[in-house]
Design a protein around this ligand. Structure first.
Ligand SMILES: Nc1nc2c(ncn2[C@@H]2O[C@H](COP(=O)(O)OP(=O)(O)OP(=O)(O)O)[C@@H](O)[C@H]2O)c(=O)[nH]1
Ligand SMILES: [Mg+2]
Length: 630
């Protein structure tokens, strides 16, 4: 059965609550004070089942709002999730201030459908009803209610109610079903305890669905709650779907920990935000809104104070629309497409509203013009273009699918479907990056290696880990892919662990090459009686730093071998030593320090480190004071 949420709107005492009662039999004024004063203070609820002439069954959930101007905040908490409005105008009073304000609010919230109800028709004659009808038609011209049914009724006598029900069925059946596949969001409008149940919250489920035992995240504070029980329109249910008035019995939070304005949502998906970029419209009746002004902000059931930052202008004129950032005093859950209302800080009157375009604006923007263009794409209807813009905006960092979901409110499955039609986006498991950023990255990698090699001409390349570190913003998988692609295209090569430009070897200047030869010869000719490295380097024509690099190079290429902190040998000398030891083994399976000195002709200063080196190389093995030759 389709569920549709119907909201009332209209001036105080025009008969909204009486109408809801006449239609549903339910008195939505539940507070003692409301009954005593005969006015509605807070939102009230009722429900009604209808069948269309075509036989479609409809379930209508009513949200009855207060008309008193002092309670507009409560009205706003109820009107945020409605599909259809009953604009209630008393036939004996016609259009009054809150008729206008409530109607403005409906327009700003982008309510698409409604019915005008001329109540108290029993108190005036037929001609007066017709005069009011003309006034109302005039008032609604050009709005979403232009051409909507205008139905005179009397809640007292019941006249016109059947006619109204027929219209309700017809208009409600035209309301498109809400997306129950979307990520779940339930803005809380009431919190109370029910004997034997504990904590109960109610709200209009604006998106997704809730099942018994589901875990939900409470925004903005992140608390987790579990759904113990569900009631939909006052009856126990296994699940609730988008568009239904829903009561949830929750485990995991007391009534003190929850309040109107919080939102229950699919866990681990969204982030609360205190800054949103919006497309903001100012009512024609409002005063110009200055950049930096403070206002009251209302979205769904929440309200807070916000500062307005208008993009590219010092102020917003009456009746005009612009992109603006709202900086909220309290963090809240908002996703693109959410509607909101702004009221003047003081005196508190409705001045405008709009739609959220981006819930995670960047801290800094490089160009305001191009950022406004970006917001323009996000605010548009082309979902692929908007996904593309979001991915592009993250540039070489890329963006995870989860991040896009949190920013857009789209479920992963919907995103996957969109991605299938967005060929300019590359995907690395859960990371998305646009093709041109990928190309930029590929080039940047080649140029990083190039720069490194130019700076370090004596080194054969840069280690993979070192280049990776200079691409710390790039997700590892993306880095691997661009490296791989550069290797395939032969723009880079990997030798061992070193990345280099193909054909770019170690570049040595003449004096460096000469010094390299000098060092090598000094050690090669010394055999095992090596000079100290310091002495060799001191005799070179080049400076110490460059000399040290050459030594590093010789050690890396294993031309020289360092066997202790200050002993370096040429590899040919060590090879010869191994042969000598192997030959000696024919005479004796053991060798001690004395024998070693005799055999090689070196002093003790060299003998000990050399034997320890041979132990490490498993040529010999220490046994007591002597060594076994292996
Ligand atoms: N004669 C007559 N009286 C009506 C009709 N509808 C409402 N009333 C009376 O008008 C008064 C106000 O009605 P409510 O339904 O409380 O008005 P409301 O619009 O809900 O008022 P707020 O919620 O405070 O904004 C009550 O005394 C009703 O009995 C009607 O159709 N005919
Ligand atoms: Mg009322």
């Amino acid at each position: 059965m389709k569920s549709v949420i119907v909201g009332t709107a209209g001036h105080i005492d025009h008969g909204k609550t009486a109408l809801v009662k006449a239609l549903t039999g339910i008195d939505a004024d539940r507070l003692e004070e409301e009954k005593r004063r005969g006015i509605t203070i807070d939102i009230g609820f009722a429900h009604l089942d209808l069948v269309t002439p075509e036989g479609e069954k409809l379930h209508l959930g009513f949200v009855d709002v207060p008309g008193h101007e002092r309670f507009i905040r409560n009205m706003l908490a109820g009107i945020g999730g409605i599909d259809l409005v009953l604009l209630v105008i008393a036939a004996d009073e016609s259009i009054k201030p809150q008729t206008r304000e409530h109607f403005d609010i409906c327009r700003l919230l982008n309510v698409r459908r409604g019915i005008v109800v001329l109540t108290k028709s029993d108190t005036v004659d037929a001609e007066t009803v017709e005069v009011v009808r003309l006034e109302v038609e005039d008032f609604l011209r050009g709005s979403f209610l232009d051409g909507a049914p205008i139905v005179p009724v009397s809640s007292l006598t019941g006249a016109g109610l059947d006619d109204l029900k027929r219209w309700l069925a017809r208009v409600a059946s035209e309301v498109p079903a809400r997306n129950s596949q979307a990520l779940t969001r339930l803005p809380i409008d009431r919190v109370f305890t029910m004997k034997g149940f504990g904590t109960v919250v109610t709200g209009t489920l604006v998106a997704g669905s809730v099942r018994k035992e589901d875990e939900l995240e409470v925004f903005p504070d992140g608390r987790r709650v579990r759904v113990r029980g569900i009631q939909v329109h006052d009856a126990a249910a296994e699940q609730s779907i988008a568009g239904q008035r829903t009561a949830l019995n929750l485990a995991g939070a007391t009534t003190e920990e929850l309040s109107r304005g919080m939102t229950l949502a699919t866990p681990d998906t969204f982030r609360a935000t205190s800054r949103v970029d919006t497309l903001l419209a100012l009512l024609p009746s409002a005063k110009p809104l200055k950049d930096g002004a403070r206002v009251h902000f209302h979205a769904y059931t929440m309200e807070t104070v916000a500062q307005v930052r208008i993009y590219g202008s010092k102020q917003l004129g009456p009746g005009s629309e612009r992109f603006a950032q709202l900086r909220l005093a309290d963090r809240t859950l908002l996703v693109p497409g959410d509607r909101f209302i702004l009221r003047q800080f003081s005196p508190v009157v409705t001045i405008g509203g709009g739609v959220v375009v981006e819930n995670t604006p960047p801290r800094r923007i490089s160009s305001q013009d191009s950022y406004v263009d970006f917001l323009g794409v996000l605010a548009g209807t082309d979902r692929v273009a908007s996904l593309m813009a979001r991915v592009q905006a993250q540039g070489q960092r890329g963006v995870t699918i989860a991040e896009v979901a949190a920013r857009s409110g789209l479920r992963t499955a919907e995103l996957q479907a969109l991605l299938a039609t967005a060929p300019m986006i590359a995907r690395f498991d859960d990371v998305l990056i646009d093709h041109s950023s990928l190309e930029t990255l590929r080039k940047a990698l080649v140029s990083a290696v190039d720069t490194f090699q130019k700076r370090n001409p004596l080194v054969a390349g840069v280690s993979k880990e070192e280049v990776r570190a200079s691409f710390s913003d790039t997700p590892p998988r993306v880095f691997d892919r661009i490296l791989h692609e550069n290797l395939q295209q032969k723009k880079l090569q990997v030798v061992g662990e070193l990345v280099s430009l193909p054909g770019r070897g170690v570049v040595m200047k003449e004096d460096e090459a000469e010094s390299k030869k000098t060092i090598e010869q000094a050690f090669a000719s010394a055999g095992l009686k090596v000079p100290t490295l310091q002495d060799v380097l001191a005799g070179l024509k080049i400076d110490k730093a460059r000399a040290q690099k050459i030594v590093t190079l010789l050690l890396r290429d294993k031309v020289l071998v360092k066997i202790s902190e200050d002993l370096v040998f040429h590899q040919t000398a060590l090879q010869a030593l191994r042969k000598q030891i192997a030959a000696y083994k024919v005479q004796s399976a053991k060798i001690d320090v004395g024998k070693f000195k005799d055999l090689t002709g070196v002093s003790r200063k060299y003998a000990i480190p050399l034997l320890e080196y041979l132990d490490r190389e498993r040529v010999t093995k220490r046994v007591g004071d002597a060594r076994e030759i292996l």
